[in-house]
Design a protein around this ligand. Structure first.
Ligand code: ADE
Length: 228
């Protein structure tokens, strides 16, 4: 059972995503649990404010240290967390190996960044891992947290029907996936490669491997270089 606690200023933003799909089924089956925490509930002010002006003066607002620290510490009193993840564009680039690693953990906390980000003292004293989902800036870390949850939860055994299918995903062997076909064998004269219809499994595996290598070289040469 993997439990993921998500600390956010917008707990409703992700409802739609988590109320549908494979993630919902994983929760129903008791394989994963995702729990949202509204940082406004941990505000020290009467108005539930969670942000403040940056010291030194610059544009935008900063997530304040107290509500975030209060929320993290309350959760840490209830269970031991393997990682406290912060989503931010300057974090480590998210990848399949990171998803694989996180899927083996039991308790994860994800703090969603907002505005200009969180007071640096949170990053220094609580956060154990910082993750970016790409070199672009989102309005908040919620979509990044949803991406991380999706990539991690689908790897938990039993979550997706066909166990083999998570292992044969793109990136699992450092290669992108080979092309796939289904019936009919010919459509408008466009034929499915002969070898796939041959029933010769060794030949099919060889063909898939060659296609995966060729595609990786063409589309994502960086993946091949990383292996050197
Ligand atoms: N928050 C804003 N942009 C982000 C990104 N690219 N990755 C993770 N969190 C973010």
């Amino acid at each position: 059972m993997t439990r993921i606690d998500i600390l956010t200023l917008f707990p409703n933003m992700m409802n739609m995503f988590f109320e549908e799909s494979i993630i919902k089924r994983a929760q129903k089956k008791g394989l994963a649990e995702v729990v949202f925490h509204d940082l406004h509930d941990y505000s020290l002010t009467r108005y539930g404010s969670v942000d403040d002006y940056p010291y030194g003066g610059s544009a935008g607002m900063v997530m304040a240290v107290e509500p975030v620290a209060n929320c993290i510490e309350k959760l840490q009193q209830e269970r031991q967390y393997d990682e406290v993840i912060y989503t931010a564009p300057d974090g480590e680039m998210f990848s399949q190996p990171i998803a694989n690693e996180l899927s083996l953990r039991q308790n994860l906390m994800v703090l969603c960044g907002h505005y200009k980000g969180v007071d640096e003292r949170i990053r220094e004293h609580f956060v154990t891992q910082e993750i970016s989902i790409g070199d672009y800036v989102l309005t908040g870390g919620e979509l990044a947290a949803a991406v991380i949850c999706d990539a991690v939860i689908r790897l938990i055994p039993g979550v997706i029907g066909d166990e083999q299918s998570a292992l044969s995903d793109s990136f699992q062997d450092g290669l992108v996936a080979p092309p796939e076909y289904t019936r009919p064998p010919e459509f408008r004269g466009w034929k499915v490669p002969e070898v796939l219809l041959s029933g010769n499994h060794a030949k099919i595996e060889q063909w898939r491997y060659e296609q995966a290598v060729a595609r990786t070289r063409e589309r994502r040469p960086g993946l091949l270089r990383d292996e050197e």
